[in-house]
Design a protein around this ligand. Structure first.
Ligand SMILES: [Zn+2]
Length: 172
């Protein structure tokens, strides 16, 4: 026989649904809308209307190839590209340290080929070229002196200031 007194020792409690203490939120990681590669291509296209492949549009290959000269090297400063224009040194030891002669492009970056074309190159011993505070890559006065000399040379031999700006994009 069914005995109701045995059924429950504790009184019934109202059940509530299981609840998280804080509401669930969907988290996503921060993400750029566009890849870096796409950004650089868009940037390029916004600036210029040339029809170019993505690679030509500034998307660099992972491994950069060594720079290939566009013109044979010649310098308005000297005919001897193996001798530093400042020190007169060639490749060799100076005070027990071996130094090489580097060819510096006076107008670098996008003007590298222009520097070659107009012979705005200068042979420098490696310490006068880069890394040291007195090198042409670090010493702004040195850099500007050489750049301005080239501009004077341009005015003398090649054309006007406007022609120079048309070619190099800037007057220093
Ligand atoms: Zn250089």
């Amino acid at each position: 026989m069914y005995n109701s007194t045995l059924t429950r020792k504790t009184p019934l409690r109202a059940k509530t649904a299981l609840k998280a203490k804080t509401s669930l939120k969907c988290y996503t990681t921060l993400r750029a809308n566009k890849s870096l590669r796409q950004c650089s291509i868009d940037k390029y296209k916004a600036g210029e209307s040339n029809n170019v492949s993505p690679r030509a549009a500034g998307a660099k290959k992972k491994t950069q190839r060594p720079y290939k000269p566009k013109y044979p090297y010649e310098s308005i400063f000297t005919t001897d590209l193996k001798r530093c224009f400042i020190t007169g040194c060639t490749d060799g030891y100076v005070d027990g340290e071996y130094h090489r002669i580097h060819i510096h492009h006076i107008f670098g970056a996008s003007n590298k080929a222009n520097s070659e074309k107009y012979h705005f190159l200068i042979p420098l011993r490696d310490d006068y070229h880069e890394m040291t505070p007195y090198s042409i890559h670090k010493n702004r006065d040195f850099e500007l002196t050489i750049k301005r000399f080239c501009q004077e040379y341009w005015l003398f031999c090649y054309g006007t200031k406007e022609d120079f700006i048309d070619t190099f994009g800037k007057w220093w």
